[in-house]
Design a protein around this ligand. Structure first.
Ligand code: MSP
Length: 657
């Protein structure tokens, strides 16, 4: 790198699924990355901060279908909400990638081909357990009580022709990456990953064998994805598509950008623990296969939970970041979530803890320190400090804490321990508040001969506030400039000045302003938030009236009903009838026609080829001039009708017994 070139810093959030609106969980990761990016910019780095959306996959395809729109229309709408939230939360990203962007699609196709050409991807058949909501295949041993280990839902047997990526060639290097380097943060997660996924075993001669299975990297069961160029029935597995974003967004294998050389390898990928394994194993394997450098760090944080459950889209309303921001200010929310979450651990979200923290740290701690200091300078010196000084007890301790703060915060930011960075900054805030109690400026103010001492005390307070608020400006970017304004530090609040005392002019002029963090009335707000939560709770479904029982019948009577299985050969609407569908069934003996009043529940085409249950010995009946030779069996609930479908094992003519 040239001497004049700035050092670069590349940080990424996961690219989120636009399968539902963003919630406080997504907000946490994005705010944390934004704060680190801002801090690094402040330190003079040339920063690339990337976020985006992961828009392909079966889940999105299904959701779009449910809504009756195309997958692209569906994601466009939600992506707009993500972007709106990031703007609202003051997220200053440099680039936003959508996996539906043409340049990304092109690169993913090339990456897939590259891995294929190098012999790491091959064609085979996949048989296994698949979790549709998570879009993940699992081995039997990874299932927990037979269910998906990530979400606890049922898995299905799936078999399809598919491409696989060899993992064995990378296993040893991945183990080393996880256990011998500081890639993974916190490192404590390495053992869990190695044992669960790499499954190494050592024979009596000390030779290591890894149980890391090949990864299925293409799908044929749906089409909303990146097509494999050389086998178009296949789409690239969403995780291969998604993980590639970190390099395609820089221009890897595309002409849209030319930043790969400048920013890769990434300094920090930040993710939550749910997607750690993809970033700790699959992503490094892909890069090894492509012979590209590996990212420097993977920072894994825990989940924001609510009542012990992972925050989910359905719980999203409980803590809608828009609503919280509106009530308490965006910076207060940014502060709270970052202060609460320790790297690696879960953090339980509670409105009460949030409000108490905003009150104690921001309103009483920092807010009070600023307003008291400014008010005293106003009161005793008409807003401008005199230049005479007199040192005294307690100064040295305060100054030592203030001037050593930046180094500590640098270290915490470097290690993505933002809660500790904030805790450290607030130690200075508390120390400064204590300094007011120790130096009793209100007593000094009464004594004309103590004016120089009083000016020193107030100046030291201004300097402490300047240092704390400069370092905080990466975390609370819209409020800190208001603090600079009030303490007369607008042009001095730079990172370079933030480890030095005595930067503000001796005769600094302050400017009283509004309270930067107004105190919140805890009880009132808790009630208000609970009311919002209650309002947003899914309304109880109105009770459905279940049809009453009929009179008992004898077994012999039941035996008289002949119910069979028939395959639908054709189905069409009956002209001039809103209700009737005309079915032509193969009933095992030949063809028969049955009319059924289910036109409003099915498109005629939908049922062709299906095996339906029907009553075969019902006396024929004419409707709309057509003879119906039996009755299709349907189930009725809540006014809706669904036909009884029998699986293909039972052929036409099969009896219901
Ligand atoms: N699309 C994948 C990521 C692909 S990255 C190559 C995905 N998307 S997601 O929408 O489910 O987002 C998961 C990420 O959102 C987590 O890793 C985390 O960063 C953030 N969070 C979502 N819910 C969260 C919590 N409840 N708590 C903390 N972070 C949460 O996985």
């Amino acid at each position: 790198m040239c001497d004049n070139c700035k050092k670069t810093f590349y940080i990424t959030t996961p690219i989120y699924y636009p399968s539902g609106n963003p919630h406080i969980g997504h907000t946490y990761t994005t705010v944390a990355c934004d704060s680190i990016a801002r801090y690094k910019r402040m330190q003079g780095f040339d920063v690339m901060f990337l976020t985006g959306t992961d828009e392909h996959g079966q889940k999105i395809e299904e959701k779009a279908k449910e809504k009756g729109v195309t997958p692209k229309q569906y994601v466009d709408e939600i992506v707009a909400i993500f972007k709106k939230l990031w703007e609202y939360m003051n997220i200053d990203y440099d680039r936003y990638i959508r996996t539906t962007d043409d340049y990304h699609v092109e690169s993913v196709q090339k990456i897939f081909k590259e891995l294929y050409d190098r012999g790491y991807i091959y064609k085979g058949e996949y048989k296994g357990k698949y979790c549709t909501p998570c879009e993940s295949f699992w081995t039997e041993s990874q299932l927990v009580d037979g269910k998906c280990p990530d979400c606890g839902r049922d898995v299905i047997e799936a078999a399809e022709e598919a491409y696989f990526m060899k993992m064995a060639p990378f296993a040893e290097r991945i183990e080393k990456l996880l256990t011998e380097t500081d890639y993974l943060r916190p490192k404590t997660r390495a053992t869990e990953l190695v044992n669960n996924f790499l499954q190494p075993s050592v024979d009596e001669n000390g030779n290591k064998t890894y149980g890391l299975e090949d990864l299925c990297v293409s799908r044929t069961s749906f089409s909303w994805g990146v097509p494999v160029t050389f086998d178009p029935g296949h789409v690239v597995y969403v995780w291969i598509d998604a993980l590639s974003n970190y390099i395609t967004a820089l221009g890897y294998e595309n002409g849209a950008y030319d930043d790969y050389k400048t920013y890769w390898p990434a300094d920090v990928h930040m993710v939550a623990k749910d997607i750690m394994r993809f970033h700790a194993i699959i992503w490094p394997a892909m890069l090894m296969g492509l012979e590209q450098p590996l990212p420097k760090h993977l920072a894994v944080h825990g989940w924001i939970t609510f009542n012990g459950q992972k925050m989910s889209k359905s719980l999203g309303n409980v803590v809608d970041p828009f609503i919280l921001g509106e009530r308490y200010g965006v910076d207060a929310i940014r502060y709270h979530i970052m202060r609460e979450m320790a790297l690696g651990a879960d953090s339980s979200f509670s409105n009460e803890i949030m409000i108490n923290r905003i009150n104690s740290d921001l309103a009483n701690g920092l807010g009070n320190l600023v307003s008291r200091t400014v008010a005293m300078i106003d009161k005793y010196f008409g807003g401008t400090l005199p230049t005479d000084r007199e040192e005294g007890d307690f100064d040295a301790d305060l100054i030592a804490i203030a001037t050593s703060l930046r180094e500590k915060v640098d270290g915490y930011v470097e290690n993505t321990q933002l809660n500790l960075a904030l805790e450290e900054i607030f130690k200075l805030v508390s120390r400064a508040n204590k300094y007011i109690d120790e130096t009793t400026p209100w007593i000094l103010g009464k004594d004309e001969s103590k004016k120089a001492r009083l000016a020193t005390v107030l100046y030291n307070l201004l300097e402490s506030i300047r240092i704390a608020s400069t370092l905080l400006s990466a975390f609370m970017p819209s409020t800190m400039p208001k603090v600079f304004e009030q303490i007369g530090a607008a042009e001095f609040a730079t990172y370079e000045n933030s480890d030095r005392f005595g930067v503000l002019p001796l005769d600094t002029t302050v400017k009283r302003g509004e309270a930067i963090f107004p105190r919140i009335d805890v009880d009132k707000e808790i009630d208000a938030l609970n009311a919002i939560i209650k309002n947003n709770e899914p309304k109880e479904e109105p009770a459905v009236e279940i049809a009453p029982h009929k009179d008992e019948i004898a077994f012999d009577d039941f035996e008289k009903v002949e119910m069979r299985v028939g395959k639908v050969l054709a189905c069409e609407k009956v002209k001039k009838s809103k209700k009737l569908l005309k079915f032509t069934l193969d009933d095992g003996f030949g063809e028969r026609t049955i009319l059924s009043g289910i036109a409003e529940y099915y498109d005629p085409d939908e049922l062709v080829g299906k095996n339906l249950a029907f009553v075969a010995n019902l006396a024929p009946r004419k409707m709309m001039g057509i003879e119906s030779q039996g009755m299709i069996l349907s189930a009725e609930y809540d006014g809706k009708l669904r036909v009884v479908i029998v699986d293909d094992e039972i052929k036409p003519g099969g009896q219901l017994v």
